[in-house]
Ligand binder design. Structure first.
Ligand code: SAM
Length: 176
């Protein structure tokens, strides 16, 4: 679902970037650590692209694909990520259909990141299922996948850092 003007202004503001850099990144790193060298990562709902920048700089992703439903956000992300253009691919599309957005095959990413977006998607189960589909298995395990998700409100409302039940392994916030 697209954001209203107030939400968009907040998301594009410096305090949002501070929160991402100073709180969300350390929390996600404490869950799953940095990515292995050469990792290919996906960000769903990338907004202005700051999360993708952090995935390259702080998580050590080698390549990042990022999508957002809002073409205006993708334009912002393109400007922000221009210095990384050889390592980043941006597309407009929905997290609920990654084949349409990115032609993403099963198991094509080492990690999927969601910075504060899952509660914006009415079909959040579909988005989580898509993230699970495109994730590769970690270290040959049949059960470990790396889904980095941090939302401050679950789809049902309220305020929590606990992700919705997904059918993925219990450490859904980051399993590695
Ligand atoms: C709260 S903002 C978060 C943006 C960015 N991740 C951040 O942390 O600043 C939610 C973003 O998700 C996008 N969005 C909403 N529904 C989406 C969907 N189904 N697929 C992809 N992006 C979506 C919105 O356009 C918006 O840019």
């Amino acid at each position: 679902m697209l954001m209203n003007r107030a939400e968009t202004a907040l998301i594009n503001s410096p305090p949002r970037r501070w929160l991402q850099r100073l709180y969300e990144v350390p929390v996600l790193l404490s869950f799953g650590g940095r990515l292995p060298p050469g990792s290919r990562a996906l960000e769903i709902g990338c907004g202005s692209g700051y999360g993708s920048q952090l995935m390259l700089q702080r998580f050590g992703a080698a390549q990042v694909d990022a999508i957002d439903l809002d073409p205006a956000m993708i334009a912002r992300a393109q400007a922000r990520l221009a210095p990384y253009r050889d390592r980043v691919h941006l597309a407009t599309g929905s997290a609920t259909d990654l084949r349409a957005a990115l032609n993403a095959d099963d198991g094509s990413y080492d990690a999927v990141f969601d910075f504060g977006i899952i509660h914006h998607i009415s079909d959040w189960r579909g988005a989580v299922a898509e993230a699970a589909r495109v994730l590769s298995l970690v270290g040959g395990s049949t059960s470990k996948k790396s889904l980095h998700t941090l939302s401050t409100a679950p789809p049902t409302g309220g305020c929590s850092t606990t992700p919705p039940r997904t059918g993925l392994p219990p450490r859904t916030s980051s399993t590695r």
